[in-house]
Ligand binder design. Sequence first.
Ligand code: BG6
Length: 514
Amino acid sequence: MNPTPQRPSNPLREGLSNRALPRPCNVVIFGASGDLTYRKLIPALYNIQADGDLPATTHITGFARREKSDDSFRTELHEAIGKFSRSGLDENVWNEFSTRVHYHRSEFGSDEGYQSLAERLNKLDEESGTAANRLFYLSVSPAEFEGILIKLAQFGLNKTREGSWSRVIVEKPFGKDRHTAHELNEMVSRVFEEKDTYRIDHYLGKETAQNIMVLRFANAIFEPLWNHRYIDHIQITAAEPMGVEARGPYYDNAGALRDMVQNHLTQILCLVAMEPPTDLSADSVRDEKLKVVRSMRLMSPEDVAKNVVRAQYGSGSINGKEVPEYRAEDRVNPKSETETFVAMKVHVDNWRWAGVPFYIRVGKRLPKHSAEIAIFFKETPGVLFNAEQAGLGPNVLVIRLQPDEGISLRMQSKRPGAQLCIESVKMDFHYGTSFGKPSPEAYERLLLDAMAGDATLFARRDEVDQAWTFIDCIEHAWHQNPNPPPMHSYPSGSWGPHAADELLAADGRAWRRL
Ligand code: BG6
């Protein structure tokens, strides 16, 4: 066995613990002519190289059906990196990077295609003198998973020689409900062991999401207050001005609840609500997150009617530009009943969070691209200052996931002058200015972790199953109920339907203005 090298102390690359270094490997991207490859995966791999973290002798092979040569693929990637890389394009880095990139044209079900892939990967291993480590990235629709997995197993690509590894990264959606997620996981588990299966959730790779645990467990001042005694409620928001773009067929079948809440927002909620893990290993962290998902109160149809608001965007204006209603989007059913906005109140029924509502809000065609967690603390007693100047307002700790990643704390302060006037002020920490460097993109971090064999920031099978159990109750109340709650509408460019405001107003609260 090769000893596992430890990462040098590059602060941007240190993880939650002292992680192992990424190992040289052959990365194979299935669905390499898709959008994700151009916008995210290749720019991420390029930036890993630009930062000097891509292990020498790592190769990247794009596997797709379209006719292309290595050279034409490289030309497309060159353009994509120019457009989408966070650090821009440096021709010197590109020259080195491009020699590592290859294109493999094949149908997903072709024996010949996998046979020649195996030969190609072996040859690359021989030429570079590296261990036969493989990282397969399934950036394809779930309908293609089975065919690809069967072929990988048939040609022995899921197994590799002693001391090497073969892993698979699976993109969401992980199913459409608990049942289909189970089938999908069963299918993957027939070919790859759970320890080699990496279910990617790019929200977990966001720098500030990783910082939630550091904020909570590396500072003495927050954790004692982090419970129902001091916290009034928590708001988690993910807003985006974009509509469904070119993803009509997928999105119209999924909706905001499955697209964002089942995965990203549930994962974030878990990081906020979990107990301290016993250590920073992947399983200890994921064990704690699992306990949170298990504590999320399942809703009856009556609870859903009371606690969940769904809505679809109408036409409107985003950044001064007129945009069409959802039903008029490309390849969306003109009578679609799919939600593009969800607001909900979630209860986490455990000792720490009893009685503290978590409000979640997510939507497309909202005014801003913004994701944040806001922790509202309880107000001070209504004596002294809070008696003299009623409604001082609570302390609010805001963790900004994007844009302008950072953390701020709202508190009360005396305005200078002879009179006693109290005003809210903000202590603010911005990643950009404090560390003087842009944060790595989520995909950079996650790809590196998969190469290093660290699954902490990937969803485990039982977490995914349990999250679906929660979501299925809501989907059931919407779609298999003689009396379903209404589908509201909101103009594009607004903050959602009035019903979302009423949800909080009924509890004497309001959404934070972003
Ligand atoms: C994806 C969803 O997982 O996340 C998209 O499928 C959504 O619908 C996207 O637009 C949002 O990601 P981010 O990082 O821009 O907030």
